[in-house]
Design a protein around this ligand. Structure first.
Ligand code: ZN
Length: 53
């Protein structure tokens, strides 16, 4: 569970078994986590958006 309420920013992604695994890192405490995404999700836009924010 997140306790610091920091923003989980997507930092990387990987493909496993045909699925996309997005890696997140909390910008406050540095805690990492992963989340599955559909292959047709717009990852470029997701990561680009995170850089802008
Ligand atoms: Zn945190």
């Amino acid at each position: 569970m997140e306790v610091c309420q920091g923003l989980m920013k997507p930092v990387d992604y990987d493909y496993k078994h045909g699925k996309v695994i997005i890696q997140f890192r909390c910008i406050k405490c540095g805690k990492t986590g992963i989340n599955k995404a559909a292959p047709d999700d717009n990852l470029d836009r997701l990561l680009q958006k995170s850089q802008m924010g």
